[in-house]
Design a protein around this ligand. Structure first.
Ligand code: ACO
Length: 402
């Protein structure tokens, strides 16, 4: 690693690195990825162990505080989060300003940004207590806002949070409860959602996290920064890939059409990609994809859908691709999105909500990264340079001479 700042100090030189392919923008002690090995660690703990032994709120505590909570710390943390699950009643009116057919991500970006107008008693970013309160508020309120965006979209009344339920069970109730009936929590499905949240909780300096850090570097309040992260996540190259993978599987339709589809993928002029495959950092199996495939199996089994044609198709597609030299030579393996769409669909989550679920999970990662940046004594406003390729200096002609 070369510290370019020292190397170029006073020389007027800078590096050109579009897409930040080889530039580290910060120090971080939160998440580590070894793309060649296919390893993902949160604060040093392998994702495989966290997914099996911890729930989402324990993972949140770990990402925020650097250590897993003991039993007392966990109880305190869960109690604190659940105290903040309600949103200000005025938010109901704010929601009513949106068109019902607005994309839920548009509603989420707007409503999270608006939180800073409701919770301005925790906006002093130089005060660690304010930063903690804002972090808890966001982790607690995101499920409420996501469920509200869904209910608003389908024209049903909002379901208020119930704090005797776990984080994921409460979210599923707010999404799916029918006001006329008691909602029955299914532990297998709740556990599956919890796992989706754990697997998406952080992924070091991806586009949305970098957006949060860059926004925060100006001193903007955390609600505004997370809203910026959500806007970035909305892009199809980032948060929208699981939806694209599901659409791809549906369009392939059956196992016997796989060879024809693979032929198209290999034809560079077709523009067709195997969605849910390949990753900028992982050049091996994405460890999250393995866990997601397991979860997919558990959920489908629980729902009596063991013969789900899309799951069978996905597994066969994976098998064929992993034996094909095109994918092997390019080190293209399934990523987390390959199976997560099938799981979410089985949980009853509509495709248009997939990216909102991702945002809900990633909020803790964003806020942990934002907090790390604000606490860093070396922190400076993010201000990339540019390679100017426009017109050289010229004079303005009067309008009748242009
Ligand atoms: N299907 C077919 N070919 C692929 C795929 C794919 N999914 N991914 C990469 N390739 C090929 C490229 O065409 C390129 O081939 P070439 O060397 O013959 O030109 C080679 O593999 C290298 O690919 P790059 O595009 O250079 O890899 P990059 O790191 O820039 O892209 C990305 C990574 C964007 C994830 C890419 O693999 C992709 O588009 N995958 C499909 C979309 C997807 O699943 N995105 C989710 C990522 S995970 C997440 O965001 C949570």
């Amino acid at each position: 690693v070369i510290d370019i700042r020292k190397l170029y100090a006073g020389t007027g030189k800078f590096t050109y690195d579009p897409g930040f392919m080889s530039t580290a923008a910060c120090n971080s002690s939160i998440t580590y990825i070894d793309g060649d090995k296919g390893e993902l660690l949160y604060r040093g703990y392998p994702i495989e162990q966290l997914a099996v032994n911890c729930d989402f709120l324990e993972t949140c505590y770990l990402l925020l505080h650097g250590e897993l909570p003991n039993a007392t710390q966990k109880t305190e943390f869960v109690n604190t989060v659940t105290q903040h699950t309600m949103v200000h009643e005025q938010m109901n009116f704010f929601f009513r300003g949106f068109r019902r057919d607005a994309h839920p991500m548009a509603v989420l970006t707007g409503s999270v940004g608006a939180l800073s107008a409701f919770y301005h008693d925790s906006l002093d970013i130089s005060n660690p207590v304010h930063r903690d309160v804002s972090a808890i508020r966001m982790i607690a309120k995101l499920p409420t806002l996501v469920a509200m965006a869904y209910k608003y979209n389908i024209g049903q009344p909002f379901v208020y949070p119930r704090n005797d339920l776990s984080y994921s069970a409460n979210f599923m109730r707010m999404m799916f409860a029918n006001p006329c009936e008691e909602y029955k929590v299914n532990d297998v499905l709740v556990r599956a959602l919890d796992r989706i949240l754990i697997l998406h909780a952080d992924h070091e300096q991806n586009a949305s996290t970098s957006t949060v850090r860059l926004s925060g570097s100006s001193g903007a309040n955390p609600f505004a920064c997370i809203a910026a992260g959500i806007a970035c996540l909305w892009g199809p190259a980032h948060g929208g890939a699981n939806e694209a993978a599901l659409t791809m599987l549906e369009s392939i339709g059956s196992v016997d059409k796989i060879p024809e589809f693979i032929k198209q993928v290999k034809d560079k002029n077709s523009g067709v990609k195997l969605m849910g495959f390949g990753h900028r950092v992982y050049k091996n199996y994405d460890p999250r994809a393995k866990l997601m495939r397991e979860t997919c199996y558990e959920v489908l089994n629980e729902l009596g859908l063991h013969d789900d044609p899309l799951f069978k198709l996905a597994m066969e597609l994976e098998k064929i691709a992993l034996e094909d030299d095109y994918f092997v030579s390019r080190k293209l393996y399934p990523n987390v999105d390959f199976y997560s769409g099938i799981v979410q669909r089985a949980l009853g989550i509509p495709t248009s909500m997939f990216t909102c679920i991702f945002a809900m999970a990633r909020t803790v990662g964003w806020i942990a990264q934002w907090n790390e940046m604000i606490s860093d004594p070396e922190q400076k406003i993010g201000r990339p340079r540019q390679l100017f390729v426009g017109s050289p200096r010229r004079d303005v002609a009067p309008i009748d001479k242009r």
